[in-house]
Design a binder for this molecule. Structure first.
Ligand SMILES: NC(=O)c1ccc[n+]([C@@H]2O[C@H](COP(=O)([O-])OP(=O)(O)OC[C@H]3O[C@@H](n4cnc5c(N)ncnc54)[C@H](OP(=O)(O)O)[C@@H]3O)[C@@H](O)[C@H]2O)c1
Length: 248
């Protein structure tokens, strides 16, 4: 599949950071794009790039909103990127509320939209990508419940894939786990916290990360992934500056 002109792509969390890059890449590849986020002014800047980008200001944790937007736009591609910026503190300095923040956003958003993808259901041949995190594999001791929440996103993407198979829906669901990057607010906070924790400058810490994931790279990697034959798609991928690699 390489012609995306009839593949409406709904990107949840598209106003800035990696999600913005992903929305712009799908637009560039010819897909009609629906960009979802809460901040209307930031969305309007995304919409100004192309007449093929529609925007929807909505809280993606709201199940009614998810139903409504999926029903109205009937996307063939759903990219779930939105998530909260974790409070960067070691475990003993977290409160239960700060620790669980990503469960109430990232996990809830993935759960809500995956559920909707299966229940509508999306048309046969549809693609769903959940943007989790490399922290789902490596852990992240300075961000409370973040890594566990991202691991749960990966699990529920696999559960949704299995339910699609069991029901013969032909919806392909996969998780993409990007490495920390300064090109999104989540990564910026992580780099600040982990450089301080290791006694390094942010610049030195960044240098040791090597080639980082940019929003443009994330966007082109996801376009390529969605264009792949669904039979070759793996349950999960790592995303680094070198691109996508199948996760073990
Ligand atoms: N940056 C990294 O280094 C990195 C690494 C690994 C994984 N990730 C994951 O990649 C995703 C994007 O990260 P990022 O750094 O690009 O984040 P970001 O810069 O903070 O952008 C997050 C996007 O999600 C939207 N969003 C957040 N909560 C939302 C809600 N309740 N409803 C609708 N939209 C919502 C935000 O817009 P509004 O605030 O206007 O709603 C924004 O468009 C996250 O899931 C993150 O965990 C990031």
């Amino acid at each position: 599949m390489s012609d995306l002109s009839d593949m409406t792509t709904l990107v949840v969390g598209a106003s800035r950071g990696l999600g913005r890059g992903i929305a712009l890449a799908f637009d560039e590849a010819g897909a009609p794009v629906v960009a979802v986020a809460r901040s209307r002014p930031a969305l309007d800047e995304v919409a100004a790039v192309s007449k093929n980008i529609q925007v929807e200001a909505a809280d993606a944790t709201d199940a009614t909103m998810a139903w409504n937007l999926m029903d109205r736009h009937k996307p063939a591609v759903l990219i779930i990127v939105a998530g909260a910026n974790p409070v960067m503190r070691s475990i003993q300095h977290q409160t239960w509320e700060t620790f669980s923040a990503n469960w109430h956003t990232d996990v809830k958003i993935a759960f809500t939209w995956l559920r909707e993808a299966l229940l509508q259901p999306m048309p046969p041949g549809s693609r769903v990508v959940v943007v989790s995190s490399g922290a789902a594999i490596n852990g992240s001791p300075a961000s409370g419940g973040y890594a566990g929440a991202k691991a749960t996103q990966r699990f529920i993407a696999a559960y949704a894939q299995e339910e699609s198979r069991r029901s013969g829906l032909d919806i392909s669901v996969t998780a993409v786990m990007p490495r920390m990057t300064p090109f999104g607010d989540v990564g910026k906070r992580g780099i600040r916290a982990y450089s301080a924790r290791s006694g390094q400058s942010e610049q030195d810490f960044l240098y040791q990360l090597g080639q980082v994931v940019t929003p443009e790279l994330a966007g082109s990697a996801l376009v390529d992934l969605v264009c792949e034959d669904s039979t070759t798609i793996a349950p999960g991928y790592l995303l680094t500056g070198a691109g996508l690699q199948k996760a073990a």
